[in-house]
Write a protein that binds this ligand. Structure first.
Ligand SMILES: C[S@@+](CC[C@H](N)C(=O)[O-])C[C@H]1O[C@@H](n2cnc3c(N)ncnc32)[C@H](O)[C@@H]1O
Length: 249
């Protein structure tokens, strides 16, 4: 079983039902100088990067899915893509904005995340920002359903996702097992599996990990429209962090 190894065009259809690219691009742009440099950790099919590249930013994306990176490379744009785990990514470059969204950092193991955050601090240009959109404990508790059936439609294509969730409270691990069925407009059918584990981080835990990495949280939002986080602690939680001393290490 694999995680996120299915054709990128199907992921693009699924993600449209959850996301607003325009709002996200304007959110990211608000932290970027003209022609600034961007790093997307867990860039998937490169959707956010293509939009930012069109706005004139210099973009790099890292993802461990071979099929998603392949889709991203073929989708064009003057964007550098690196196929590896974010935990293993190394670079001498520095960036004005580094982000990991749509709960991407939850795929790392706890010790990998700590090491990555320390590297992120070193990759930030002076005044640079790190944006992280995590799946925190309550998101997981809230959206927990043992079985989910979801349908996504686009230009005659029907994608049906059969999902099973399992939570291990002792390890704070969230397991996602998914069968993806695709019926093309011409009736052809294909099937893929998508299996992954995610850390059910708590927000205080992530604040602490950021602090230990020398990053300080300067803003917290409940959405990419910069709404304040829900007082009941539900929904998105987006942290904006900077290097503690405003410079890179
Ligand atoms: C829910 S998708 C989000 C993709 C993209 N950020 C977006 O907003 O559409 C999660 C992505 O994280 C990637 N991923 C999972 N574990 C990873 C890791 N250790 N390093 C890099 N990418 C990873 C998957 O391949 C997948 O593309």
């Amino acid at each position: 079983m694999t995680g996120f190894e299915f054709p990128g065009e199907y992921y693009e259809i699924i993600r449209k039902d959850f996301r607003n690219l325009e709002v996200e691009s304007s959110f990211f742009s608000s932290y970027l100088p003209a022609a600034g440099r961007v790093l997307d950790l867990g860039c998937g099919t490169g959707t956010n990067l293509r939009a930012l590249s069109d706005l004139g930013y210099a973009c790099t994306g890292v993802d461990q899915s071979e099929q998603f990176i392949d889709f991203a490379m073929k989708a064009g744009g003057d964007i550098e893509y690196v196929h590896c785990s974010a935990a293993d990514y190394e670079t001498q470059e520095q960036f004005d904005l580094i982000y990991a969204v749509f709960v991407t950092l939850n795929y790392l193991k706890r010790d990998e995340l700590g090491r990555l955050l320390a590297k992120v601090r070193g990759w930030l240009r002076p005044g640079g920002r790190f944006v992280v959109d995590i799946g925190h404990m309550l998101n997981f508790a809230d959206s927990y359903q043992p079985y989910i059936v979801a349908h996504h439609r686009h230009e005659g294509i029907l994608i049906t996702r059969l999902i099973r969730h399992a939570v291990n409270a002792h390890t704070a691990n969230w397991r996602h097992e998914e069968t993806i069925l695709v019926r093309e407009a011409d009736g052809r059918v294909s099937m893929y599996d998508n299996f992954f584990d995610q850390m059910a981080l708590t927000a205080p835990e992530l604040r602490q990990l950021l602090k230990e990495a020398g990053l300080t949280v300067t803003e917290e939002y409940g959405s990419f429209r910069k709404e304040i986080p829900s007082p009941r602690g539900k929904g998105h939680l987006i942290f904006i962090a900077e290097s503690v001393d405003g410079t890179s290490s």
